[in-house]
Structures are given as structure tokens and as C-alpha cells.
Design a protein around this ligand. Structure first.
Ligand code: FMN
Length: 202
């Protein structure tokens, strides 16, 4: 059987962002885990405008080619790791915008959260993102990887991980793999109810 596809999403779109080297480390570590096919998805390259679809994404009636392309990208993933900065004690705008563009493409897929910033390691941003993921029927795994003062670990454009971070990332990949299996009946409609869970009125 094919290995599940894990997308590592680079949330920061800022020129000079440290999100890029951190995500490259996450991807390298995920590849060595061997449980997944791994793909880097860079929101700076995806380059979505501010959400401008006329219909609710749950209808899938997309008018713009960039939305259709984004839908195709997210559809092929089985799990995600969001590599996300903390901006003003919250998540950055680009990640929320990219999430808002789609709906069913995210449903019943697990998410790992690698966050970074100053002393709080991006944990305030993670706390605020979790209800958003929940609204999209995603499942954030408990095994998150917060990185305090991450900028100090970026040397010559490479992120230098410590052993606790490597162990934390491995625990996150393990939890994601378990959750991909656990959520499979919801995604394929093969659960005991044979019914997808109802979409809430939002
Ligand atoms: C607009 C803005 C707001 C920020 N707010 C916070 C914050 O609330 N907490 C924090 O820990 N770091 C904050 N920072 C520092 C960022 O965590 C740090 O600049 C980090 O490198 C940003 O990620 P990026 O380089 O991948 O864009 C902020 C940075 C920016 C640009």
C-alpha cells in the first residue's frame, strides 16, 4: 500500500522568514521517519489572495483557478504539519486565509503543529488555531513542537535542532500516523454508521 502523504505547510510568507529553514528541518525529519511520503507546501508560493470566493467552501463551487489548484493540493494530503510563527499573540494571517479557502479538503485529517516565536514558542498561536482546525473537522495531535527563540537556532539558513526537538518531532509523526489510520473510516465512509458525520450549521 502507498504510504500516506504528509504535507509540511510553511505558514509564514514573510521575506527572510525563519519558517522556511524550520520547515526544511521538519520535512527532513519526517522523511527519516519513513511512515509518510513528504511534500513541502509553501504558502508564499501558493500565493492566494485574501479569500474571495463567492460561495461557502463546503459547497466546493470554486470560481478561481488558484482556489481549484489549492483544493487539488490539499485534497491529495492525508495529514499536515503546520510550521507556524506567532504574530501578536496569534497565528499569522496567511495560514487562516489558506485554511478558510477550503473545507472538505481538510475534513477528517490530522494536523501536527510546529510553532515558534519568542519565549512562548508560538504556543499562544497554537491555542488560537486549534478551534479553527476543529471547525474544519481536523484533528490536531497533542504532540506539538513549540520552539522558543527559534531564530537563535537558524545558522547560515539552516535550522539546528536540539535532541528534545527531534524527539518531539518524532512523537508528532507517530501520533499523525496513528491518527491517519483512526480517521480513515470517516474519510472513506466505512465506519459503522456508514454515514459521514453531519456538517454543523457553522
Ligand atoms: C508582525 C509580527 C508580530 C510578532 N509577534 C510576536 C508575538 O506575539 N510573539 C512572539 O513570540 N513573537 C512574535 N514575533 C516574532 C516572530 O516570532 C519572529 O519574528 C519570527 O521569526 C517570525 O516568523 P517568520 O520569520 O517565519 O515570519 C512577531 C513578528 C512579527 C513580524
Amino acid at each position: 500500500m502507498d504510504r500516506p502523504l504528509l504535507q509540511i505547510v510553511i505558514a509564514s510568507t514573510r521575506p527572510g522568514r525563519i519558517g522556511l529553514p524550520i520547515a526544511e528541518w521538519v520535512a527532513e525529519r519526517a522523511r527519516s521517519h519513513e511512515g509518510f511520503e513528504v511534500e513541502l507546501v509553501d504558502l508564499a508560493e501558493v500565493d492566494l489572495p485574501l479569500f474571495d470566493e463567492p460561495h461557502h467552501p463546503r459547497l466546493g463551487r470554486y470560481e478561481h483557478d488558484y482556489t481549484k489548484a489549492w483544493s487539488a493540493t490539499v485534497s491529495r494530503a492525508d495529514a499536515f504539519v503546520f510550521v507556524m510563527p506567532e504574530y501578536n499573540h496569534g497565528f499569522n494571517a496567511a495560514i487562516k486565509n489558506a485554511l478558510d479557502f477550503l473545507y472538505t479538503e481538510w475534513n477528517h485529517k490530522p494536523a501536527g503543529l510546529v510553532s515558534y516565536g519568542g519565549v512562548a514558542g508560538g504556543t499562544r498561536a497554537v491555542a488560537l488555531l486549534k478551534p479553527v482546525l476543529s471547525a474544519l473537522q481536523m484533528v490536531p495531535v497533542v504532540q506539538a513542537v513549540p520552539i522558543p527563540f527559534a531564530m537563535r537556532q537558524v545558522v547560515d539558513g539552516r535550522f539546528e535542532a536540539t535532541e528534545p526537538l527531534e524527539q518531539g518531532a518524532d512523537a508528532m509523526f507517530g501520533a499523525l500516523a496513528t491518527m491517519v489510520d483512526a480517521l480513515a473510516p470517516l474519510r472513506t465512509g466505512t465506519g459503522t454508521s456508514h454515514q459521514p458525520p453531519p456538517t454543523s450549521v457553522l
